[in-house]
Structures are given as structure tokens and as C-alpha cells.
Design a protein around this ligand. Structure first.
Ligand SMILES: Cc1cc2nc3c(=O)[nH]c(=O)nc-3n(C[C@H](O)[C@H](O)[C@H](O)COP(=O)(O)OP(=O)(O)OC[C@H]3O[C@@H](n4cnc5c(N)ncnc54)[C@H](O)[C@@H]3O)c2cc1C
Length: 397
């Protein structure tokens, strides 16, 4: 086998999955993670289609079922707390035959980590600062001053990928801003919602979704804020982010002010633009390849970013194994097979923004009227198609 020593940048969903399968297939992966521990996410994710297939290949389906939050009802209120819609989402679960889950991103990362940790070297507080390639491999310089040679380098370091910045031509990378920002945090503001219930407070261009993580104490919750802006925002520190959220959501009644007050007392929250990554030309350059959000972020609007990160990781490990480590062959096959699907998911996600978060009162009214009907059994296959929810591995057969 050629090219056994593989450096992976990023211990996220793609990085941990890739490391697990590479090690299983005889490679020697090393992961570097810039954070001092696994990154906390603060937000809930839906998980279905191809990602579940990969989870099954890892023998983690039952573990995942244990972590499933089981959300089945969305109760939507206005900013003033007036209920205006209830969505029963159990038809989606039925349609996926018990293979649709929702859980904290942190939970998924944790189960992937538990699977890989005894077999894969993971170095925290470590980031790559320089990459030099020659015929024999990739010479990598780290932020701690060390240098090391690897056979291959994989950038699995998320939407703001460091590897992409170091290796790829910036003119070939488009970070397509979709006009929204997202913020997320876990908090202890007491709420009286059941575990299966999602509390949504939504007005045109602004939305807060809140989940109770720990129903017994009612004091472990997660909230995600989404809002629209005309243009990209300048860099903001934590206080500025919270102040902006307080301004954007100033008309929202309890529990939103309390949640944002809590946010102000934390040292950070998740805060980022909603953007898609589109790379002109190839996802690889020489011995370096990008996977997951680093190469093809599909955004939360697709509901499949985590699933595609795992799909990419599994497929890449398969291609490297089949080609006996011949990276050019493996990288080409990987991209040829996966790219059409992620490009289609990106198109669909961009098109679906209006129904995810309407921008006018009238479109909101129409959505609130139609959605309860569309979330029923006869329409769910159509909605899943709109999302592009296909099992990549089934389609490939
Ligand atoms: C609010 C929200 C809701 C979402 N909902 C869903 C959903 O419902 N369903 C779904 O499937 N997806 C969802 N997603 C998308 C999903 O979270 C991402 O697509 C997924 O996490 C991408 O995985 P990844 O491994 O590519 O990147 P990440 O999970 O972002 O992991 C990247 C890792 O790289 C590390 N890193 C960064 N820079 C460096 C560096 N310089 N050196 C070393 N390491 C570095 C990071 O610390 C992190 O650990 C949502 C996203 C958001 C923000």
C-alpha cells in the first residue's frame, strides 16, 4: 500500500470519520485539531440519508438511536408569543423508516471520537502553518514550530478551512453568502417544553428554535438564532455578536431576552454567516484534498451537511483503499462520484431559503397555512425530494 501516512486537519465530523475508516483499512492517519478539545457545537442537527449508511458501516446505529432526541412536534409562535402553527414532523421519521434522527452536533462528534480515539493519534491545540509538497510527500509546519512529513494531507477543517487557505488559490474559492447569519448556544434558561417539542419563534427574516435537551431538569437547552442581513457583517467579538442578536431580536418576548442575557455571560457562542463553499476546479491539489464543509459546505438549509461530511469521508477512505493508496486515482474517483450530489444539494438549499425563513408577512402567512398539510404522509416524499434527500450509496448501486 502506498501513501499510508495521512495527515487530517480537523477533528470534526468528516475528520474523525475519515480517520476511523483509514485506520481500519491499513493507513496511519494523524489528526490535528486547532481547539484545545473537541469543538462544542451548541446546535441540534437532523440526520438522515447517506450519513446513516455510514453510521451503520461503523456499527454505531444503536448508539445513535440512544442519542436521538426524538423531536416530533414544532410549535411556532410569533415574536409576541402568539401561537400560529403546529407542525407534526413524525411523518418524516416514518418515511425514513426509523432512520431519521436529531441530536446535538456535539453528540455526533462524541460518538465518532469514542470509536476512533484508541486507534488514531489526535493532537489538540495544533494547526498547520505551512505546506510544502515534493515528489515524496507533504512537508507540514505546525504552529508549535515542529515540521513533519506525511504522504497525504486532507483538509477536513470546516467552512473556514485552514488547509484550503494554505494550499488552494483563493481566486478559485467562492464562499457564497446566502444572506443569513446563524448563532447557537446551549443554556440553562428554564423552559417548560417537552423533549419531543421544538419551540419556534418566527417572524419574517428572524427565527429562534429552542430544544430541551434534558427534560428532567428543564435546565439544559439549546437555541439557534437565524436572521437575515442585506450584506456581510464585519468581524465582531463575542460582546458585539450578542449585542447584535439583542438588537435583531428586541421585539421577541420571553424566553428570548433571557437566553440572550445568558449568551452574554458565556465566553463564546457559535456565530457565523450562512454560506456555501464552491471550489472552481478540483477539490484536490497534488497530495492535498478537501472534504466536508471545507470543500462543499451545503449549509444548515440543506439539513445534510453532517451527513455529507460523513459520506465524503467514507467514500474517500474507500477510494484510497481500492487504489492501494494511489492518491491521484482515488481523489479523481472520489470527486467524480460525489460532486454532482453536493452541487445539487447546494442548488436546492439556496432555492429553499424562502420556505425555511420567509422574508415577508404574506409569504409567512402562506407558508404557515400550507406547511401543516405538506408535513403529512402523502406530501413528505415530495418535500424530501425538494431537499435532495437521497441515499448516495443506494443510488450508486
Ligand atoms: C446551526 C446549524 C445547524 C445545522 N443543522 C444541520 C442539520 O440539521 N443536519 C446536518 O446534516 N447538518 C447541519 N449543519 C451542518 C453541519 O454541522 C456541518 O455541515 C458539519 O459539521 C460539517 O462537518 P465538517 O467535519 O466538515 O466540519 P466541522 O464539523 O465544522 O469540523 C471542522 C473541525 O475542524 C477544526 N478546525 C478548524 N480550523 C482548524 C485548523 N486551523 N486546524 C485544525 N483544525 C481546525 C474545527 O475546530 C472542527 O473541529 C448545521 C450547521 C449549523 C451551523
Amino acid at each position: 500500500m502506498k501513501n499510508k501516512r495521512v495527515l487530517i486537519s480537523g477533528a470534526g465530523i468528516a475528520g474523525l470519520t475519515l480517520a476511523y475508516f483509514l485506520e481500519k483499512n491499513g493507513f496511519e492517519p494523524v489528526i490535528v485539531e486547532k481547539a484545545k478539545s473537541l469543538r462544542d457545537g451548541g446546535y441540534m442537527i437532523d440526520f438522515f440519508s447517506s450519513g446513516v449508511h455510514v453510521i451503520e458501516q461503523m456499527g454505531l446505529l444503536e448508539t445513535l438511536k440512544d442519542r436521538d432526541h426524538g423531536s416530533s412536534i414544532v410549535n411556532q409562535y410569533t415574536d409576541k408569543g402568539k401561537k400560529n402553527m403546529t407542525l407534526d414532523i413524525s411523518a418524516f421519521r416514518d418515511f425514513q423508516k426509523g432512520k431519521l434522527f436529531n441530536f446535538l452536533r456535539t453528540d455526533l462528534v462524541d460518538i465518532l471520537y469514542q470509536k476512533a480515539k484508541d486507534k488514531v493519534e489526535l493532537r489538540y491545540n495544533t494547526s498547520i502553518v505551512k505546506v510544502e509538497e515534493d515528489d515524496s510527500g507533504v512537508l507540514v509546519s505546525f504552529n508549535n514550530g515542529n515540521q513533519e512529513k506525511f504522504d497525504l494531507l486532507i483538509g477536513a477543517d470546516g467552512i473556514h478551512s485552514n488547509v484550503r487557505g494554505l494550499v488552494f488559490d483563493i481566486d478559485n474559492v467562492e464562499q457564497l453568502f446566502l444572506g443569513y447569519y446563524v448563532a447557537a448556544l446551549e443554556h440553562k434558561v428554564p423552559l417548560k417544553i417537552k423533549k419531543e417539542e421544538v419551540l419556534s419563534m418566527t417572524i419574517p427574516n428572524r427565527q429562534v428554535m429552542t430544544y430541551t435537551i434534558d427534560e428532567s431538569s428543564l435546565e439544559h437547552n439549546s437555541s439557534v438564532f437565524v436572521f437575515k442581513t442585506e450584506a456581510r457583517l464585519p468581524f465582531m467579538n463575542h460582546n458585539e455578536q450578542v449585542q447584535l442578536l439583542q438588537k435583531k431580536f428586541e421585539t421577541f418576548v420571553s424566553p428570548v431576552p433571557e437566553i440572550l442575557e445568558t449568551a452574554g455571560r458565556l465566553d463564546h457562542i457559535y456565530f457565523d454567516e450562512v454560506a456555501q463553499i464552491k471550489i472552481k476546479g478540483s477539490w484536490s491539489k497534488g497530495r492535498t484534498l478537501l472534504i466536508g464543509d471545507a470543500a462543499y459546505c451545503v449549509t444548515l438549509l440543506s439539513g445534510q451537511g453532517a451527513s455529507m461530511a460523513m459520506t465524503g469521508a467514507y467514500l474517500l477512505a474507500q477510494k484510497l483503499t481500492e487504489s492501494n493508496g494511489a492518491h491521484e486515482t482515488a481523489y479523481d474517483a472520489f470527486e467524480t462520484e460525489l460532486r454532482p450530489l453536493v452541487e445539487s444539494l447546494q442548488k436546492k438549499a439556496a432555492k429553499n431559503i424562502g420556505s425555511y425563513l420567509p422574508s415577508s408577512r404574506i409569504s409567512m402567512w402562506v407558508r404557515n397555512l400550507l406547511a401543516p398539510m405538506l408535513f403529512t404522509k402523502p406530501f413528505v416524499p415530495f418535500l424530501m425530494k425538494q431537499l435532495g434527500a437521497v441515499n448516495f450509496f443506494e443510488e450508486k448501486k
